[in-house]
Design a protein around this ligand. Structure first.
Ligand code: G3P
Ligand code: CA
Length: 280
């Protein structure tokens, strides 16, 4: 089911599988990463939350999203049910939830099966084993620390400790040139930039028209500028390049938009559908 070994293409830009390959497999799971590798992505994009016992879990939300997860009894989680928080669980509790079987109206073609949220560590071990076993090109990892400024002390232990845990695991498991850390939270980027200047950082933003202000607020130029794709123009792409940064927009799910952005000269594309990515 998961191991199609259908290597479709090599890309001359950084093709990033968003949450693995969310259009095809349940998001942020090991099978989603394997599928993305089979489709030839150069980078695996994923999100992190952290459990009460300090385990880094691959998850977009710091709770069990009722849209994608079923409770330990296989039942639906109510939209207002606030009792399924990853930050208040130990990892053994996280494992009880099935986040792959429920139909997802936003991604109706996702293959459905029982799967739980993986530890970051296990995901990396499995991916590395897969690429080694099948002789695939080594992928990079674009790891998002999901930490909103109002989340301190609630969803995570604070930007410094969260960053430290992520950095220490990544440095233990991967060569430094095979991962970057991304965040919308400037404090995370500032912390890592100061303490680990050799780690590649990507700044996530909504609106690329405000890049000047955003970079002033951040206080340095990260290696990668990663805006929402919709309002991008050639002028913006050029101005980011002129500042010495790469530009890798998210989340581009339509082939024409991908072509348009590649024509503008973006350095990469983050997509839920790496199967639609133009071969260049
Ligand atoms: O990597 C960029 C993109 O993933 C940011 O949006 O909400 O899908 O994490 P989100
Ligand atoms: Ca993300």
């Amino acid at each position: 089911l998961f191991f199609s070994m259908n290597i479709q293409a090599q890309f001359n830009y950084d093709l990033q599988g968003h949450r693995g390959a969310r259009g095809i497999m349940p998001e942020n799971t090991i099978p989603a990463m394997i599928k993305a590798l089979d489709l030839g992505v150069t980078t695996l994009e994923l999100d992190l939350a952290i459990t009460k016992d300090g385990v880094l879990v691959v998850s977009h939300e710091p709770w069990m999203n009722p849209v994608i997860c079923l409770d330990p009894d296989g039942k639906e989680i109510g939209n207002n049910d606030k009792s399924h928080n990853i930050f208040q669980m130990n990892y053994e509790d996280v494992l009880q939830y099935d986040c792959g079987s429920k139909f997802h109206a936003g991604f109706p073609n996702q293959v459905k099966f029982h799967v739980s949220k993986p530890k970051l560590e296990d995901l990396i071990v499995m991916v590395e084993k897969y690429v080694e076993d099948y002789g695939l090109p080594l992928p990079n990892y674009n790891v998002e620390i999901k930490s909103s400024p109002d989340g301190d002390g609630t969803y995570h232990p604070g930007p410094a400790e969260f960053s430290e845990r992520v950095v220490s695991l990544l440095l233990e498991k991967l060569p430094i040139e095979r991962f970057n850390i991304q965040s919308f939270d400037f404090r995370i980027l500032q912390y890592i930039h100061k303490k680990y200047p050799q780690i590649t950082l990507a700044m996530l933003v909504e609106d690329a028209a405000k890049s000047e202000d955003q970079l002033n607020m951040l206080g340095f130029r990260p290696a990668i500028y990663s805006p929402y794709f919709i309002a991008l123009s050639k002028e913006i792409v050029d101005s980011i390049h002129d500042k010495g940064m790469k530009i890798i927009p998210w989340t581009v799910n339509n082939k024409e938009q991908m072509e348009r952005l590649l024509e503008m000269g973006v350095d990469g594309i983050i997509t839920d559908y790496p199967n639609l990515a133009p071969v260049r």
